[in-house]
Design a protein around this ligand. Structure first.
Ligand SMILES: Nc1ncnc2c1ncn2[C@@H]1O[C@H](COP(=O)(O)OP(=O)(O)O)[C@@H](O)[C@H]1O
Ligand SMILES: [Mg+2]
Length: 242
C-alpha cells in the first residue's frame, strides 16, 4: 500500500520555495543555489539550461531528494520532502521519481532486464512487473537484449535501458541530467524521442537538464540558471497555445 495520499487536485507537481544550497568546507563557503522559487505544473516538459557550474545538477539532485537543501522547501506531488527522514524519502523517490543520469549508471552485475526491474523491486511495486519490464525493453528497441549485461551493450543501448528503468514504476515525475551528454547526435536524438514519447504516453512531468538548444527547443518551458540563480523562465509559444 502506498501510505501517501494521491493528490490529483494539486496542479503544481513540483514546488520549489526559496531554495538555497551552500557548501561550507572550513575557509571556503560556496553558494551553489541562491534562493530559487518556481513551480512545475503536472505534465509539463521543462528544460533546465545554464553554463557548466551554474547549479543545474545540484538543483535536480535536490528536487529528486538525492541531496539536502541548506534552506527553503521542496514539495513533490503535495509531499514536503525538505525534512523527511531517509526511509520516507526513499519511498517518495521510489514512487514519485524516475531518474536518468548522464553516465547511465546501470548495475554492471545485473542484466538489462534485471536493471529495469530493480526500482520496482526496491519499492515493492505491484502487478506483473516482469511483463512491464519486457514491454519497456521492447519499447526502447531492446526486446532481444534483456539477458545482456551492460558491458555487452553500446552507450546508446545502455541509456535506453536506463530510460526503461526510469519508467518501470510509472513515476509521475521523470528527471534527467544531461541524458544525451555522452551520446552521439543520432543516439542522443533517439533517447530524447523515447523520453518524449513515454512522457506523453505515461503522462509524466519531464524535467531535463541540457546544454543542447535543439532539445530545449522542444520543451514547453526553459528555465535558465546562472551562478545559482534563475535568470530567465520562458514558456514556448506552443505551450502557451496548448
Ligand atoms: N560537493 C561540492 N562541494 C563544493 N562545490 C560543489 C559541490 N557540488 C557542486 N559544487 C559546485 O557548485 C557549482 C554548481 O555545480 P553543479 O550543480 O554540478 O553545476 P552544473 O550541473 O550546472 O554544471 C559548481 O561550481 C561546483 O563546482
Ligand atoms: Mg551538471
Amino acid at each position: 500500500m502506498n501510505s501517501y495520499p494521491v493528490s490529483p487536485l494539486i496542479e503544481d507537481i513540483i514546488q520549489v520555495e526559496n531554495l538555497t544550497k551552500t557548501i561550507d568546507n572550513g575557509s571556503n563557503r560556496v553558494e551553489i543555489l541562491r534562493g530559487l522559487t518556481f513551480a512545475i505544473p503536472r505534465g509539463e516538459f521543462v528544460a533546465i539550461m545554464g553554463a557548466s557550474g551554474s547549479g543545474k545538477s545540484t538543483l535536480l539532485g535536490l528536487m529528486a531528494g538525492l541531496d539536502t537543501a541548506t534552506s527553503g522547501r521542496i514539495i513533490l506531488d503535495g509531499i514536503d520532502i525538505t525534512n523527511l527522514g531517509e526511509d520516507k524519502l526513499a519511498r517518495v523517490r521510489g514512487t514519485k521519481i524516475g531518474f536518468v543520469f548522464q553516465a547511465y549508471q546501470l548495475v554492471p552485475t545485473l542484466t538489462a532486464e534485471e536493471n529495469v526491474l530493480l526500482p520496482a523491486e526496491l519499492t515493492g511495486a505491484g502487478g506483473d512487473i516482469e511483463h512491464r519490464a519486457r514491454e519497456l525493453l521492447e519499447r526502447v528497441g531492446l526486446g532481444n537484449r534483456g539477458h545482456h549485461y551492460p558491458v555487452q551493450l553500446s552507450g546508446g543501448e545502455q541509456q535506453r535501458v536506463a530510460v526503461a528503468r526510469a519508467f518501470i514504476t510509472r513515476p509521475p515525475i521523470l528527471m534527467a541530467d544531461e541524458p544525451t551528454g555522452n551520446l552521439d547526435s543520432v543516439n542522443g536524438a533517439h533517447i530524447l524521442e523515447l523520453l518524449l514519447e513515454l512522457n506523453r504516453e505515461e503522462k509524466t512531468t519531464l524535467v531535463l537538464v541540457t546544454h543542447d538548444q535543439q532539445i530545449a527547443g522542444q520543451a514547453d518551458r526553459v528555465v535558465a540558471l546562472r551562478d545559482g540563480s534563475i535568470v530567465s523562465d520562458t514558456r514556448s509559444a506552443r505551450a502557451v497555445e496548448a
